[in-house]
Design a protein around this ligand. Structure first.
Ligand code: GDP
Length: 455
């Protein structure tokens, strides 16, 4: 049963601010407006209004009031909005006055959006897109989130589901009317053909999944290398702020430090890993283990070495990164120049995808590194702006659908119509779960808990 109480919350950012927006949604929203400003304005038109404390009659503020009668409102319910002056005391006075109105209570996190979903104003992927839109930090993330909010994956999933149901109907017709003379013999063949086509289409979208998720979460670039090579110094320079502790003692960066960057509009997460070397200290060993684990999952590794140290420049491609591209970053070029005898041992070109010389301390060469990173991100994301799958949840649902379709197809025309129908039904159900049209209760909480109050 949907909760019929009327909810309200501050929907704008943290006060004090120039303007504060308080939203009210539910059956008592109109009455709340009458109580606070003495009337309901014309629907969907901004009206100047005096907001009074209903108990004392005292004037609290002069505000803009908006009235959106349901069902054509954001939540699908009667909705009201007050744009007040964004001072702490003004907001508190209005929220207190609202709380005193019968049937009104403060909203919980994500509750406005949840009502929009329950009233069919948004589907689940749109809800997620909305969350991502609010959280987007770079233009590419914003575009991806906005497209999702506008229902791109939902439209595709619904179209797939309709085709699946059509295929299913053919198989069911075959089952139901197996004995009747005027039912065509081969209904299962066309159904399986359609299932195969769908399977291939969905699998193609799935193949792009990693990129879409990365665009949402950021491309992961690990900065790794021996202790004291200058990893933290480089991270700080790239981040242009003191996010990592830079220390002259070897092995002091014990944990993994993350910095989020916007490189040419693309989100990049930089990981500074603890100095990777064998150590007897258990705390340090744990740091090294964790660092290796994170770095192994990165999309790119910057292997930083101290080019001025003896043997440093001779370092070969480090182990443990699998197929991940590794760039060799020869740091401390400012000192290396003063020791020409060390510069001779060059690693061969094909050990590393890319080699460059920098000084994290002076900043020399860092622009070139940043440009190369931006180019890498651009290349990685080039085809990704059209990615449909932005979350593990989508990927799971689509993978399950493909698996069910695979089973249906592989049964072939072996007369196992019931089993084929069952697999097609399962495929339709998993697709429906993606958009929230079936079987949603268990995933709702997970999605809505990411929202803030007033959203
Ligand atoms: P990490 O252990 O790899 O994170 O190394 P740090 O960033 O803590 O740097 C170790 C030491 O090397 C510090 O004293 C830095 O100031 C110094 N250092 C880092 N980069 C450079 C550089 O490009 N040139 C010089 N001369 N010193 C550097």
């Amino acid at each position: 049963m949907p909760d019929r109480s009327t909810i309200f919350a501050l929907s704008s950012g943290r006060p004090p601010a120039a303007i504060a927006v308080i939203r009210i949604s539910g059956p008592a929203a109109g009455r709340a407006l009458e109580t606070l400003i003495g009337r309901r304005p014309q629907p969907r038109q901004a009206a100047l209004a005096r907001v009074r404390d209903p108990a004392s009659g005292e004037l609290i503020d002069e505000a803009l009031a908006l009235w959106f009668p349901g069902p054509h409102s954001e939540t699908g319910e009667d909705t009201a909005e007050l744009q007040l002056h964004g001072g702490q005391a003004v907001i508190v006075a209005v929220l207190d006055a609202l709380a005193a109105i019968d049937g009104c209570r403060p909203a919980e996190a994500g509750e406005f959006t949840r009502r929009a979903f329950e009233n069919g104003r948004l589907d689940l992927t749109a809800v997620e897109g909305l969350a991502d839109l609010i959280a987007a930090e770079t233009p590419a993330q914003r575009r991806l989130a906005f497209r999702q909010f506008k229902g791109l994956i939902d439209d595709r999933a619904e179209a797939w589901r309709k085709r699946l149901i059509e295929a299913l109907a053919l198989v069911e017709a075959r089952i139901d009317f197996a004995d009747e003379a005027d039912v065509p013999e081969d209904l299962v063949g066309p159904a399986l053909h359609a299932a195969q086509q769908l399977r291939d289409e969905i699998a193609k979208v799935l193949a792009d999944a990693g990129h879409g998720e990365r665009l949402r979460d950021g491309l992961v670039v690990a900065i790794a290398g021996p202790p004291n090579a200058g990893k933290s110094t480089l991270l700080n320079r790239l981040a242009r702020r003191e996010a990592a502790i830079v220390s002259p003692h070897a092995g002091t960066t014990r944990d993994v430090i993350e910095v989020h960057l916007n490189l040419g509009g693309y989100p990049v997460t930089l990981l500074d890993t603890a100095g990777m070397r064998e150590s007897a200290d258990p705390v340090e060993q744990e740091g090294v283990r964790r660092a290796r684990e994170r770095a192994a999952m990165a999309d790119l590794v910057l292997w930083v070495i101290d080019a001025s140290a003896s043997g440093g420049a001779a370092s070969g491609r480090p182990e443990g990164f699998g197929d991940t591209p590794v760039w060799l970053v020869k740091n401390k070029a400012d000192q290396a120049a003063a020791r020409p005898c060390r510069a001779s041992a060059k690693p061969s070109g094909d050990e590393f995808k890319f080699t460059l010389s920098i000084s994290a301390l002076t900043g020399a060469g860092v622009d070139a590194l940043e440009a190369a990173l931006t180019g890498f991100a651009k290349g990685y994301f080039a085809a990704t702006e059209s990615a449909l799958v932005t979350r593990a949840r989508h990927r799971h649902a689509l993978a399950e659908t493909v698996a069910a379709l695979d089973r249906a197809v592989s049964r072939g025309r072996t007369g196992q119509e019931e089993l084929i129908a069952e697999d097609l039904r399962l495929a339709a159900t998993t697709l429906g779960r993606l958009t929230g049209r079936v079987d949603v209760e268990d995933i709702l909480d997970v999605i809505f808990r990411d929202f803030c109050i007033g959203k």
